[in-house]
Ligand binder design. Sequence first.
Ligand SMILES: Cc1cc2nc3c(=O)[nH]c(=O)nc-3n(C[C@H](O)[C@H](O)[C@H](O)COP(=O)(O)OP(=O)(O)OC[C@H]3O[C@@H](n4cnc5c(N)ncnc54)[C@H](O)[C@@H]3O)c2cc1C
Length: 443
Amino acid sequence: MNTQDEKIRFDAIVVGAGLAGSTAAMMMARAGLNVALIERGQKAGGKNYFGGAIYTHAIGEVLPDFMDRKPPFERPVTEAGFWMLSKDGGLTKMTVQGGKLGAEPADAYMASRAVFDVWWAEQAQREGALLIPKTSVVDFIRDSAGQVIGVSTDRAQGDVYAPVVIICEGVNNLLTQKLGLIDHDLEPAHVALAFKQVIALPMDTINARFGLPDEKHGLAASVLGDVSLGLPGMGFVYTNNTSVSVGLGMMLDAVVEYRLKPYEVLQRYLRHPAIAPLIKGGQLMEYGAHLIPEGGYRDMPKLYTGGAMVAGDAASMVNALHWEGTNMAIVAGKLAAETAIEAHKQGDFSAQALSQYEARLKDRFILKDMKQYRNFARFLETHPEFMDAYPGFINDALGQFFSAYGMPKKTLFKNILGSLTSRRQLFKAVGDMLSMGRAVMGW
Ligand SMILES: Cc1cc2nc3c(=O)[nH]c(=O)nc-3n(C[C@H](O)[C@H](O)[C@H](O)COP(=O)(O)OP(=O)(O)OC[C@H]3O[C@@H](n4cnc5c(N)ncnc54)[C@H](O)[C@@H]3O)c2cc1C
């Protein structure tokens, strides 16, 4: 415990130098606040892991000149969409390329978080934020009325004071729970365990295998079908400059219930006849796993209390269908920072003053999308056929449609219908489509 005279004081404290945290620190430091950005890892992003692609609309909102600052992006996403694998080795690609995806700068870029997060935190440091790595926040310091006025860390004499704390601790939201903003631990049915490999390959080999003209083109594909053993889950393939990220996410409860070994499930996926040739001869550079909060709107904590706000994965701000998490984290970090800056102007850090954060989120895509997709987690839980039976049917149906069997087409269409009804009764299939429409549209 520090004595009264030795108290370490800042205008604001940010917990976690991930995307949300470094953004919040950057914005507040730019506004002239004295900001401590506390990160438990050796460096920013040291413990971070993702697919994945980072969206430039969010980066540009915070750093309009980001391209001049030479961000450590990998390839731009110039082709994106779904791949569907079937058990008999089939692959149907439903991807889009060019058009809007040909814009410069691109809508999204592949990135390595271990590299990108360091650069992003450096931008916050350039604005004047103080990055304090290798330090875990373990609790909050509150005044007699219960308002947060600082944090305690795992360092000796590690109490740090500030009138406002922005919690950007990621998916393991222990501090958010400690503050009583949510009253339960993450439910295994609402958390995906994502595991992936990064496989090194020469640039030209990646271009040839993925049909990309050069390294200025890249693919981001979500992979459905014979990926997750018929359980709720989805794979992904991303092309970096000289490596390919391949992995999949499965709901944690299924992994536990069926005693699945993630490494074996991943190996099975990587051995699929449509995937194996893409990574053949490559060298394994990285293997890792990370959780993704996929519970959506219904799992979101209260977003503020007196002296504190919570942003990013810690607040379940992820749209699983669209692989959007980085942009929500960045924009939420920015909105929390704007609220803190306003609170400083008014000298009011009460819960009521910080409720402006939620109002700002409601105005933007974040709370609008989270609310619209509020039933999507439940939909995925109850409709695993979208990840297995239907992708299998689409492969089979297209395979039949584009083959000449020398049979009357009436018989062909009957066979295609049979391929569907062998997987799912027709009236159930119609109901599934309606359910999906409702889950996506938020009806
Ligand atoms: C496999 C995978 C693929 C993904 N693909 C995509 C994609 O393609 N596109 C996309 O937009 N999103 C994707 N996401 C989601 C995205 O990665 C997250 O939504 C995003 O990283 C959330 O950012 P954040 O700042 O909230 O949390 P994080 O990036 O997790 O940062 C939290 C930080 O807080 C630190 N921390 C935690 N506790 C403490 C503490 N007590 N004290 C100090 N520091 C602490 C951590 O070390 C970490 O640095 C993917 C996620 C995974 C796992």
